[in-house]
Write a protein that binds this ligand. Structure first.
Ligand code: CUA
Length: 149
């Protein structure tokens, strides 16, 4: 290994360490939620919206060709402004991507696994939920709505 290679390798390791420290800082210091894949939750077969308390919800999104099931087949749901929602995502068939516009929610829906991220809906309006992973002929029309009022 020559000198240039050693310098390059050292810089790469320093950058890797730097990125790792920043990810931990984002999660712990800035309290930014990082999308996670959950291993202790069974993939579900149906969408479900569960209310736990005032403005506190749990949402199970089932992605399938070519719609998002938010609650027993419904592709549109309503939530009050300021709701904090624990969102779980899975897929019934192929890989889909779930993005809730105007939020930082962007999680892959992978068959057999459950993705998770918490979202707070601070502003009223219609939040379009779109699929961003090509999943077949109906991909472009795969969307749902979360109405916050
Ligand atoms: Cu589902 Cu693209």
């Amino acid at each position: 290994m020559d000198r240039a290679e050693k310098i390059g390798l050292t810089l790469a390791l320093i950058m890797l360490l730097g990125f790792f420290v920043l990810v931990v800082y984002a999660a712990k210091g800035l309290k930014i939620d990082i999308p996670t894949c959950i291993t202790d939750v069974e993939p579900f077969q149906q969408g479900k919206l569960i209310k736990h308390a005032d403005k506190r919800y749990e949402l199970h999104i089932l992605a399938k060709m070519w719609l998002f099931d938010f609650n027993e087949g419904a592709t549109q749901i309503k939530l009050p402004v300021g709701s904090v929602v624990d969102v779980y995502v899975t897929s019934k068939d192929v890989v889909h991507g779930v993005h809730i516009n105007d939020t930082n929610f962007n999680v892959m829906a992978i068959p057999g696994t459950v993705g998770y991220l918490r979202v707070k809906f601070e502003k009223p309006g219609v939040y379009h939920v779109v699929c961003h992973e090509f999943c077949g002929v109906g991909h472009h029309a795969m969307e749902g709505k979360i109405v916050v009022e």
